[in-house]
Design a protein around this ligand. Sequence first.
Ligand code: NAD
Ligand code: ZN
Length: 367
Amino acid sequence: DCVRVELGERAYEVRIGQGLIARAGDHMAPLLRRPQVAILTDETVAALHLAPFQQALSAAGIASSALALPAGEATKGWPQFARAVEWLLEQKVERRDMVVALGGGVIGDLAGFAAAVLRRGVRFVQVPTTLLAQVDSSVGGKTGINTAQGKNLVGAFHQPSLVLADIDVLDTLPARDFLAGYGEVVKYGLLGDAAFYDWLEDAGPRLAHDPEARQRAVRRSVEMKAEIVARDETEEGDRALLNLGHTFCHALEKATGYSDRLLHGEGVAIGCALAFELSQRMGLCAQEAPSRLRAHLRAMGMKVDLRDIPGDLPDAEGLLALMAQDKKVMDGRLRFILARGIGSAFVAEDVPPDAVRTVLSEALALR
Ligand code: NAD
Ligand code: ZN
């Protein structure tokens, strides 16, 4: 299974399937100018998947060296970034060489950014190992790191040369991370494909153990992301649709300090439910849509509303203030992705703060 991201000279393939890691050497060999790669990964992924990956490379005659960074979001900052870049230089990675990102979105974003700046840009391959990374972060070329000022504030658009999404690696992913990734999967149905959403309502609970269903879910998600990115690589317009649920999510992530209390994908699912609530309240979409979504997320065992987030949260005014800091907000105008129904999202400028305030107050009142 293969999805092409149509970006002219920078076009590339996302290959999706089982057992791809075991044949990684065959997939990568045609791209290499010399049979040698440098791999960035994290310690958790290294313990589970690095040895088979390197064996597959060496079976195809490709030599490799690897650096495993600590697992977790804290790695996505200057210190580990500097360490990764210096290590790549020590490995004598040259202009025409290939860097490999083996891991979740943290490694993909950091390694992609390292590849973007190393010798003014070297090519890289994404081998995403979380559901979130397979359906979202490995595709589209956004790379970067966090700074003291906030998340993803420093980075580059740098498209990979190939993405290898081996759905078997997700077998070792903790259930909570799998469900968080599912938050982004469901987002694709909600934003642009009602038939996919209908199918997910039925198939969602099977994705954790049914490879065929999982492959279809990853494939359709990647197709949608690829199509939107091809239309609008640098987010001048339509790419913003991918931010459905994210304005709420970013405020909640800030409020919970990017901690274990709320994973990104969990915040996306809650944010989508709030975006549908807001759409309904503004008279844009039917009454049933938000409750139907919440019922599905519940059935998946996911966090659905604000009461599912442990610990204290700011009040509605506080959350609104956090949203006003979001980079998607321009000149104090609240910009949201809203929906006319399941599968039809659109970019809404100038959303009345009162409507948002009401939705937040009601959601907080349930806590
Ligand atoms: P992550 O990379 O931290 O992975 C989550 C956890 O799962 C980590 O502890 C990791 O070690 C572990 N793990 C990874 N693969 C595993 C496997 N196969 N088996 C067992 N454990 C495994 O987090 P994530 O959720 O993949 O990505 C989140 C990051 O992605 C954030 O930094 C976010 O900003 C970024 N992101 C980027 C984009 C983009 O377009 N570039 C889009 C969405 C998210
Ligand atoms: Zn997201």
